[in-house]
Design a protein around this ligand. Sequence first.
Ligand code: VG1
Ligand code: CO
Length: 538
Amino acid sequence: MKIQTVSTVPYQDQHPGTSGLRKKTTVFEENQHYLENFIQSNINIIKIDRSRPLVIGGDGRYYNNRAIQQTIRIALANGFTDIRVGQYGFVSTPAMSHLIRHIGASMSFIFSASHNPAGKNGDVGVKVNLSNGEPAPLEITEAAFAETLKITTYLITDTDDIDLSVCADYQFGEASVRVIDSVSDYVGLMKCQFDFDLMRNYLKDNLLCFDAMHAITGPYAKAIFVDALGVPDEYILNATPLPDFGGGHPDPSPKTAKHIYDIAQADDCSFALLAASDGDGDRNMILGKGIFINPSDSLAMIAANAEYLPHYQSHPLKGVARSLPTSRALDAVASQKGIDCYATPTGWKFFCNLLDSGRISLCGEESFGTSGNHIREKDGIWAVLCWLNILAVTGKSVAQIACEHWQTYGRHYYSRYDFEGLDTSAATALLQSLDNKSIAAFNGVSVTHSGQFTYVDPTDGSVAENQGFEVVFGEKARFIIRLSGTGTSGATLRLYLEVFDKCSDLAIPTVIEPLAQFAMQFMEIARYCDIDYPSNIV
Ligand code: VG1
Ligand code: CO
């Protein structure tokens, strides 16, 4: 094995966003050394013992194989002596987080752009996780970015591509590359977390349907729902991961996962629980017959019913957390249980110190992400199993759980308006203008707080500024405006809207629209961005 030092020139645009580096596939394919620069920059600044395992995998999308093979060569050249790669290159984001923790790995690279479409004209991304299974924190992503701005060389071996289709070991001098089964350890973890016997029994009389959207969760869903829980094979939809995700958009939301959403809404729906996950398996959508559970509610409902889940029976909830724009339904549960509830900036990395320090053991985001302290990523299948286990214990339907919840706690009506494909400077100017605006009241309810969200991590005092502009009308209503950090063209402004009402059966648009109109006028979206309505409503 020969090691080459390759000369390169830095790129200016390798700043990781909310969840890793994310770009158009063409950016990776058409810019020489683009991938290599980013991988080498991370290796340069993350100081770790290179004899500990490094894990490499992805969500199966186009360009994964090239990225994985190239990263193996760079890792070998940089002295990593124990490299593990998922069979076929497949490792979901939650399974990666678990693998790192389970085998004592030092770090990982996941090639995924999450729910963004794949293919030659789609997106590719790189997520970097560290030794506790957590996404690289801000200090690391910033340092890696700084390194990408000055990198001049990277190291690479002349080794051949590895056959990823079979689990086997390859030796290169002192170093080994192992192709590993990336599903079985994750299945083992789920079996420790939930009551599989009870769920299997429940599923004899109650049907479950899961849509893997031709993305990474197919193999995991088959092993868990079909093999371990006895769900008929045909109820796992789109279970084969495809490089272009079947031409779809693997985003588990009512709009992009319309197929399964429509099954749930049909009068003759025979399923007790329906769910979908995203490209890299960390998101989840929960549906019951005739009902969609918005992710903020799902998080609050799991928290409220945690006592029915085996892992929270043995380790009762100490505290919970949500990202700032996630609705305050969770706070209502936390307050009733007498436990702490933290609000963090958007992005999973901000939960990890709270999880590590034992302050929280359940957390989530409005963007269809939920997880516990079993790993350090959001976990799509885990969230589905939480619901399944709760249904199996209580014998209630999804709709019943939701309605009883709203009757107990009131309902946090919620919606997100996305304004996509905006001119970046116009969107930035809009955000900057907010600080100088004043607001008094909405519908007769006074403003209790408004301003940019600054997060001070309670465990280490680290500070993240400008994490979204929040306007709060006491307990009654709230809106938040922030720029997305995962897009790959133009800018996306997100407007998050929340209205609390004790009455639980109002129509969501009727409740939300007045606040939405108020917020859009406040932000002057028409003046700054020349549009007056969102391109996407979740
Ligand atoms: C979005 C979501 C955020 C999530 C992130 C990564 O970020 O809003 O909650 O953590 O995607 O999700 P943004 O910056 O576009 O709003 V995923 O499934 O990539 O890992
Ligand atoms: Co994802």
